[in-house]
Design a protein around this ligand. Structure first.
Ligand SMILES: [Zn+2]
Ligand SMILES: [Zn+2]
Length: 347
């Protein structure tokens, strides 16, 4: 049996191919992919290459599908189960895994990089993925398309939990893409008082998520505007949720003393160096922290928040493309013409 899949062959080279459907081994399951989101990191990797210089691989890691074949030795899943899949696979044995910080696993592998991903009609989940990865059931009232939002939502939930965004906080979110809007919804659910979003390309779409303030970085100075809104004090927390280094520099200048700047978005692999005003960090006793990925519980929670409507998954999905038009999907997202683009491999 054959299936369609899009292979990453090298920077800016994606090829649609017909290949054999993966064989289902005794300890794995075969999943028919119903929807797979295009992530900001997919677009970055499309331009600059996959981690560890991997090529001839199927990308895509925000996956929702239906179980179609179950290996003899698998008990947890049965045919017809609707599941959401997140990319991280940890080793379970290193320094970090032993402490439960599986997102920081030294031997960290990812679906879409080290294992074939979701830009295909089927995906095979091996025993390694089922036991050390992140696979959860989709609640009945959540569609496959909405379920793909659980992946990006997971990292946002984990970030805000670790950094304790809470009641009364004034939070600045730099970035008006899906990640920025997810930060907005999660911060609101956690009780943040004032949410200020700094955007550029997707202001109109971001508006529908109702930030308390929306700053247009193309015509306004974000630092000045945040200081104005906070009576000159600065925000409690700034979340830098885009891949732009300059906005990290700005973040430092719009946070209050003893405030926190969270570097949430990765920047280009080939150009990661950034300049931060170290005197501001020093004299104002700022916390500059990083945030990356999540542990399995965040993914479970994301699916619940979507089911409860605290995350309005449908509102993110502006475009749906078949495998044949995947590059067009990348471009739409990159140019800011789309919020979230979903690939449906059977369309
Ligand atoms: Zn993602
Ligand atoms: Zn590990």
């Amino acid at each position: 049996m054959k299936m369609k899949a899009v292979f990453f062959e090298g920077p800016e080279r994606l090829l649609l191919e017909e290949v054999e459907v993966p064989r289902c081994e005794e300890a794995g399951i075969l999943v028919r992919v119903e929807a797979c989101g295009i992530c900001g990191s997919d677009i970055r990797n499309y331009h600059s290459g996959l981690k560890d210089n991997v090529t001839h691989q199927i990308m895509g890691h925000e996956i929702a599908g239906i179980v179609v074949e179950v290996g003899k030795r698998v008990n947890k899943f049965k045919e017809g189960d609707r599941i959401a899949i997140a990319p991280d696979v940890s080793c379970g044995e290193c320094f970090y895994c032993k402490r439960g910080w599986v997102n920081l696993c030294i031997n960290h592998k990812m679906i879409g990089t080290h294992f074939p991903g979701g830009f295909a009609q089927y995906i095979y989940l091996s025993n390694e993925i089922l036991s050390r990865g992140i696979v959860n059931f989709i609640p009945k009232d959540v569609s496959f398309e909405s379920a793909t939002i659980s992946e990006p939502a997971s990292s946002v939930i984990a970030c805000q939990e670790r950094n304790n965004i809470t009641l009364g906080d004034t939070v600045v979110i730099i970035g008006d893409g899906p990640i920025g809007c997810l930060h907005l919804e999660v911060a609101r659910a956690r009780g943040a008082e004032k949410i200020i979003m700094v955007g550029l390309k997707r202001l109109e779409m971001a508006k529908s998520f109702n930030p308390d303030y929306l700053i247009d970085a193309s015509s306004q100075d974000p630092v000045k505007e945040v200081l104005k809104i906070t009576d000159g004090l600065g925000a409690d927390v700034v979340i830098v949720a885009n891949p732009v280094k300059e906005t990290q520099e700005q973040g430092i200048e719009m946070v209050r003393k003893r405030g926190k700047i969270i570097l949430f978005g990765g920047v280009s692999r080939s150009d990661p160096m950034t300049l931060l005003n170290s005197n501001l960090i020093h004299y104002n006793e700022l916390d500059v922290v990083g945030s990356f990925s999540y542990t399995p519980i965040s993914h479970e929670m994301a699916l619940r928040l979507i089911s409860q409507g605290k995350i309005n998954a449908e509102r993110y999905i502006t475009d749906i493309v078949p495998l044949e038009r995947i590059v067009e999907g990348f471009t739409l997202a990159e140019q800011g013409k789309a919020m979230k683009v979903i690939v449906k491999p059977w369309d």
